[in-house]
Design a protein around this ligand. Structure first.
Ligand code: ZN
Ligand code: ZN
Length: 247
């Protein structure tokens, strides 16, 4: 009875809020149902695209045909053992990623981590881990943004899946310029020496899952994995919210 009353008040509250502050779908800008917590309307929700086979066995790059590895992974040893993503970076997902990265929408972490949680169970290859490390931000960028979106995603995902998150083992010591305009070689050079393991005692012999928002060339994740392996990590996998299909 009490609960019924509370939810009626919640409904009323939301209804009133919606009159003053109509919430719109982040993708198509149509008004959202006032009872919905999602940042997308039903139509746009169905536009989210999950990563599906075939993809490269190592880096998770979507492939046209099933052939095991992509050209960059075939026959090459990388510090990062395996990477998977929940969603393909497409036009529906783009405004959500921009929202959490550049518009202070840290409230989106819950919804986005829920999407990561749904897809996580499809990837047994990244589930055998001791703990999770979100890709750290340099403190300058952390101050500018107010939060590390990778850390928010990791913490929400950890709640859903019962994982442990460690944030004090490694830090970013280089404030690398934004990478969006750079090609693969430039990105690799850009992130060289970007991370420093400050608690090797936590890392040594461990199987670690790195969490980030978007994977493009994996340059950042590979560099972080290299630092962790140098500190004695046994196995490094990565799980990102989105995967950019390379053109
Ligand atoms: Zn929409
Ligand atoms: Zn690959």
């Amino acid at each position: 009875m009490k609960q019924k009353k509370a939810s009626a008040i919640t409904r009323m509250g939301r209804y009133i809020l919606n009159i003053f502050l109509p919430r719109v779908c982040l993708s198509c800008k149509e008004d959202l149902d006032y009872m919905s917590d999602d940042p997308l309307c039903l139509d746009c929700l169905s536009g989210l695209e999950y990563l599906q086979k075939p993809y490269c066995e190592r880096c998770g790059l979507p492939l046209e045909f099933s052939r095991g590895f992509c050209y960059d992974c075939e026959g090459v040893e990388h510090p990062l053992d395996c990477a998977r993503s929940a969603l393909i970076y497409n036009e529906t997902l783009k405004p959500l990623i921009h929202g959490i990265k550049y518009s202070g929408r840290d409230d989106l972490a819950k919804f986005l981590a829920r999407e990561m949680g749904k897809a996580y169970d499809y990837f047994p290859e990244i589930k055998d881990i001791d703990f999770v490390i979100p890709v750290p931000l340099h403190k300058k960028r952390l101050h500018a943004r107010g939060y590390n979106q990778a850390e928010l995603l990791a913490k929400e995902l950890a709640k859903l899946k019962g994982l442990t998150v460690i944030t004090n083992a490694v830090k970013r010591i280089n404030s690398t310029p934004t990478q969006t305009q750079l090609n693969r070689e430039q990105r690799q050079k850009n992130v060289r020496g970007a991370f420093k393991v400050i608690r090797p005692d936590l890392i040594s012999g461990k199987k670690i899952l790195l969490i980030d928002d978007v994977a493009t060339t994996l340059a950042t994740l590979d560099e972080l994995a290299a630092s962790l392996k140098e500190a004695g990590a046994a196995h490094i996998a990565a799980y990102t919210l989105a995967r950019e299909p390379l053109a």
